[in-house]
Design a protein around this ligand. Structure first.
Ligand SMILES: Cc1cc2nc3c(=O)[nH]c(=O)nc-3n(C[C@H](O)[C@H](O)[C@H](O)COP(=O)(O)OP(=O)(O)OC[C@H]3O[C@@H](n4cnc5c(N)ncnc54)[C@H](O)[C@@H]3O)c2cc1C
Length: 503
């Protein structure tokens, strides 16, 4: 039997590096395995990445982190989903909740009954059947309830958190769990002559740090996976039109919304992310249609509070590595690729890649079939995510700027065309294995972009439409009443997890 991995080196101490360190130190309880994280004292982190999706809650819970402690330490607020403003048409908004729309009845998905009622002349909005949408509409927050009969069942939540504080929190956690932290610049990567495996990295002070497995979390520098392993990239700019961003933090004005706002602008979209102590704002745009100064001006004109830092500019290298795992080098986070942050997936992709690493955890033989399988799964997952993101642009009906006209005509993959056309025809949501977004997310998009299917599932006719109407009304009322009883988002925070101002 091949020897076990004993030494792991993580290069990079941004959110990715510390998420990897924290989870390795907790999940792999092998007393003979040591984890070292090397972080440059000179090269900063990206420092954005403040909106998340619900699997972050599970990630922290599985590490044994106390939720209230984490929220206070990261100035976090709760997130029920994303409000898309002006995407379909300039004056129309829709909500993408972390929630299902009703439960299947007789094994037929709930939305078919709504479509059946609509086809019979009823006025229905799918969003009225999601408790998370109702809470968001009322600016409320409540934690979900596992009782399936409760309107508080069937939804999840995520956080808006301060990315820098989250990395700091995880670094303290990891060091307590035994991770060795080296503050130094990696200046060289040394390969074994015969195998091409990474043998060690060289630090600025001349030290060589050897390991069995290297995890590249060096951000866009991608020192190991690109610099040393040279795996190449797949360019994604054909599918994703926005390649630049400007970001600024502002003072908080009013109460924090329990959701992220994604506001369509003339040449892209603007995010608005409330934390307990400030707002995060940014404009993601296409450099083909807007220059950097105009983007900065547009952002500063539209934010409500006073700016509390300088506007930062970002190039968005829309690309993924052809593989994230080669020999003994595994890449995570920005080193593995960059998709734009429209659905706040950055941190989630770190988690799903880590989970694949654990499922196929190597020994020193680094089985090439295991590695190929991880790369296959990862690439399939990313292809679905890219399609999901591309759909936000492609389905617009806006034609008021050159950018939106471009989006309507931009190419999309055959797989995405297939999904959209099947939904248009039958109201059925095509799902592939290991999708990051669930059926309800795809439904949110189809519904938000006003795609009404030509048909509903024929079996939905087995229930009389008057019975469907009556049940839909009861459901709306019960959700509305339950939301009215919930606390406002701000009250909930004040009562349970108010952070000190100067965390
Ligand atoms: C504009 C924008 C908005 C985003 N919004 C979101 C969002 O809302 N939600 C979300 O989930 N994600 C978002 N992301 C993605 C998210 O920011 C990243 O996934 C996350 O911050 C992880 O970054 P990282 O740790 O991989 O890289 P970085 O933060 O760049 O960290 C890289 C680390 O590597 C170290 N390093 C680099 N070179 C060396 C060297 N030679 N020697 C030693 N150390 C080195 C650096 O010091 C640093 O510690 C956004 C990204 C951008 C650009």
């Amino acid at each position: 039997m091949s020897e076990r991995i004993k030494q792991i080196v993580i290069v990079g101490g941004g959110t990715t590096g510390w998420m990897a360190a924290a989870s390795l130190s907790r999940y792999i309880k092998d007393k003979e395995m040591f984890v070292t994280l090397i972080e440059s004292p000179d090269i900063g982190t990206v420092g954005v990445g403040e909106a998340t999706i619900p699997n972050i809650v599970g990630f922290n819970k599985e590490l044994g982190i106390d939720e209230v402690e984490l929220i206070k330490a990261t100035q976090a607020t709760f997130k029920l989903g994303i409000e898309f403003e002006g995407w379909h048409k300039k004056d129309k908004n829709f909500f993408h909740p972390f929630a299902d729309y009703g439960l299947p009845i007789n094994n037929i998905d709930f939305h078919h009954y709504v479509n059946r009622a609509k086809a019979s002349g009823g006025e229905h909005n799918l969003q009225d059947y999601s408790f998370a949408c109702e809470l968001a509409r009322q600016g409320k927050f409540a934690q979900s309830n596992s009782d399936p009969q409760s309107p508080l069942a069937d939804y999840s939540y995520a956080y808006h958190l301060d990315a820098g504080l989250y990395a700091k929190f995880l670094s303290e956690f990891s060091v307590k769990e035994g991770v060795e932290h080296i503050s130094a610049n990696v200046c060289g990567v040394n390969l074994q002559n015969d195998s091409g495996f990474i043998e060690s990295v060289t630090l600025g002070d001349g030290r060589h740090i050897a390991a069995d497995l290297f995890i590249d979390c060096s951000g866009l520098n991608a020192l190991l996976i690109d610099g040393a392993m040279n795996v190449g990239i797949d360019d994604l700019s054909k599918w994703l039109p926005c390649d630049r961003a400007v970001a600024v933090q502002t003072e908080l004005v009013g109460e924090p919304t329990p959701y992220t706002r994604a506001i369509a602008r003339d040449a892209g979209w603007q995010w608005s992310i409330p934390l307990q102590h400030r707002m995060g704002n940014g404009y993601i745009y296409s450099s083909q249609f807007l220059d950097n100064q105009a983007a900065e001006d547009a952002l500063l004109m539209s934010v409500e509070g006073k700016a509390i830092n300088k506007v930062r500019q970002f190039n968005l290298p829309l690309a993924k590595r052809k593989v994230i795992w080669k020999k003994n080098c595994f890449a995570l986070g920005l080193a593995a690729g960059f998709l734009e942050p429209l659905e706040s997936l950055g941190l989630s992709l770190i988690q799903t890649a880590l989970s694949k690493l654990y499922t196929f955890f190597p020994d020193k033989s680094f089985n090439e079939y295991d590695i190929a399988e991880v790369n296959r799964l990862h690439n399939a997952e990313l292809d679905q995510v890219v399609d999901f993101l591309a759909m936000h642009y492609k389905l617009t009906k806006r034609d008021d700027t050159e950018f939106w006209r471009y989006c309507q005509n931009m190419p999309i993959s055959d797989a995405l065309t297939h999904k959209i056309e099947v939904f248009k025809s039958q109201g059925q949501v095509v799902m592939y294995n290991n999708e990051s977004f669930e059926q309800s997310s795809w439904l949110s998009m189809y519904h938000g972009f006003d795609i009404t299917p030509a048909r509903f599932d024929i079996r939905a006719k087995n229930i009389d439409v008057s019975v469907i109407e009556k049940n839909l009304m009861q459901m709306r009322n019960s959700m509305n009443n339950a939301a009215k009883q919930a606390m406002s988002h701000q009250e909930f925070i004040n009562k349970h997890c108010r952070a000190p101002r100067d965390t």
